[in-house]
Design a protein. Structure first.
Length: 287
């Protein structure tokens, strides 16, 4: 009986970890496109292909949506566009692990605010200490340390991630299933497309670039989303949230293997502190 329970738990845990790794390796492969397509061109490729995949799988019945549902979807689309565009802009100036670690302050801070307990603010302070160590230890910037503009973009992405969580919760209460996410991704793609086209021009039509963009969309959207939905069937939401807190560590691994970005010891300690803060915040969070 114990073996059955372990198997029942191991499958969704493996699914979440697979989603985390898929998301971060997708971001790492996206960074390889910046020289040709730029940040806006790359995010355009990701959102356009992700929207095509999700809409083909889900087939949202947009004609039946009410005004309230459209407003919820539009809000989610705006958060997606802001989060992805600012995150990719941060990746042009920061190592992947640093950008993801700073971006993770968004959901962590949101959890502390929603909790409204003083002790949960300590987790945010621990995470901030980790980010400080990350900046002190990383030598990616032109003068040693992290690029200030890149940090600003990552903080905007953190705000977008927190907004995405709030907007996603609203969509979940107004639309059943994944149709809201599919619609929001399509709207976000339409919003970003003119900027991506102006930035990358005809490069977006390059077959090899489009193929890599498709791979990024699969790794960053379709695969992790499918795995997360599978995991949430059997896994408690708090355990799910704790596993998601491993995103910065997964980013460090993807940055190393795909981009050759080394994390020095002091920056590694900073990442560990942020991950620990995320796990601690989720373990003590209210339902």
């Amino acid at each position: 009986m114990a073996d059955v329970h372990r198997t029942h738990t191991a499958v969704p845990v493996a699914a979440v970890l697979g989603a985390v790794l898929s998301m971060q390796f997708g971001a790492a492969f996206a960074a390889t496109l910046f020289d040709r397509a730029g940040a806006l061109g790359t995010v355009t490729l990701r959102l356009v292909f992700a929207a095509a995949i999700l809409c083909a799988l889900v087939r949202p019945r947009v004609r039946t949506w009410t005004r309230e549902q459209w407003q919820a979807v539009a809000t989610l689309a705006a958060s997606l566009a802001l989060m992805n565009a600012s995150f990719y802009a941060a990746l042009t100036r920061l190592p992947l692990a640093a950008a993801v670690t700073i971006e993770f302050l968004g959901p962590l801070g949101l959890a502390a605010v929603l909790s409204r307990r003083a002790r949960d603010a300590l987790w945010v302070l621990l995470a901030l200490a980790g980010v400080v160590l990350l900046g002190a230890g990383d030598e990616a910037g032109p003068s040693g340390g992290l690029d200030p503009v890149g940090i600003a973009f990552a903080l905007v992405a953190a705000t977008g991630w927190a907004w995405y969580i709030v907007a996603g919760a609203r969509v979940a209460t107004t639309l059943r299933g994944p149709s809201g996410l599919a619609g929001a991704t399509a709207v976000a793609a339409v919003v970003i497309l003119p900027f991506g086209a102006a930035s990358a021009g005809t490069q977006l039509l390059s077959p090899d670039l489009a193929l890599t963009g498709l791979a990024v969309a699969l790794l960053s959207s379709a695969i992790p989303y499918t795995l997360e939905i599978r995991a949430l069937r059997d896994l408690p939401k708090k355990v799910f949230a704790i596993l998601i807190a491993l995103e910065p560590a997964a980013a460090a691994l993807a940055g190393l293997l795909v981009l050759g970005q080394l994390v020095d010891p002091l920056a590694a300690v900073g990442i560990v502190l942020v991950v620990a803060a995320g796990i601690g915040a989720m373990r003590t969070a209210r339902a």
